[in-house]
Ligand binder design. Structure first.
Ligand SMILES: [Ca+2]
Ligand SMILES: [Ca+2]
Length: 235
């Protein structure tokens, strides 16, 4: 099996601003920031003229639209932020960007050393950080089908081969060893003209024995523990 140094590979074409889960789980090691962790965005709200200022440790930059075909094309992901989820002896890189209308997330590699991981997203659209998974919060999971629900985790009966409301890369992990998501902000209930912070957690799991989450030590059942991320509103 081909084995690569994933972040080094990504660095070649993304300028990989990798931040490990260990680096981002607390505020205390901000001094080791690569620069990408400490970010803020500001934009004028066209309707009110009130500056929209969002600050977060992790920023999701604005970029190109992507084709969620499982191939991490450097052109579609140029400038994206990358975070890493350590998994056993390796790590899964998660690539984050948006195109003004969709939140775009790529996971790679997902199959390493005989372990096949499936990607999951947890999104708190208003970043209201409830203690329990709330009615507004989203769960997404892709394996050979697309699974997702608002207000409920592990809503397996709703899994379908191709959900028309959002895009990902269902199916067995192919040679590209990646899954990409493109999820409309309109579906999530995110309006970039009035809001630029969301709560986010990222997880990979084989659904049986292995599950690792970013930020490290966050709990998928507790949005209050998820990362606050800023959405670049410069588009
Ligand atoms: Ca792609
Ligand atoms: Ca919420």
């Amino acid at each position: 099996m081909m084995r690569t140094a994933p972040c080094a590979l990504l660095m070649m074409f993304l300028g990989c601003s990798s931040t490990s889960a260990a680096d981002t789980d607390t505020d205390t090691d901000a001094s080791t920031s690569t620069g990408s962790e400490e970010s803020s965005t500001a934009a004028d709200s066209s309707s009110t003229g009130t500056p929209l200022v969002c600050e977060a440790e992790t920023m999701i930059p604005a970029g190109a639209a992507i084709d969620a075909n499982g191939t991490i094309d450097p052109l579609e992901w140029a400038g994206a932020t990358v975070v890493a989820i350590p998994v056993q002896a390796t790590e899964v890189n998660v690539i984050l960007s948006h195109d003004g209308a969709n939140l775009n997330v790529g996971f790679q590699p997902l199959a390493e050393g005989g372990l096949i991981m499936f990607p999951e997203l947890y999104i708190d659209p208003m970043n209201d950080k409830s203690v329990m998974f709330g009615a507004d919060d989203w769960w997404f999971h892709t394996d050979d089908q697309e699974c997702g629900a608002q207000g409920m985790l592990d809503a397996w009966p709703g899994c379908v081969d191709d959900n028309p409301d959002w895009d990902s890369t269902p199916g067995l992990v192919g040679p590209a060893n990646a899954v990409e998501y493109s999820i409309p902000f309109a579906l999530l209930g995110i309006d970039l003209s009035t809001s630029c912070e969301i709560g986010l957690a990222l997880r990979v799991t084989n659904t049986q024995t292995v599950a690792e989450i970013w930020p490290a030590e966050s709990d998928r059942n507790e949005p209050v523990t998820w990362a606050t991320v800023a959405l670049d509103t410069s588009l």
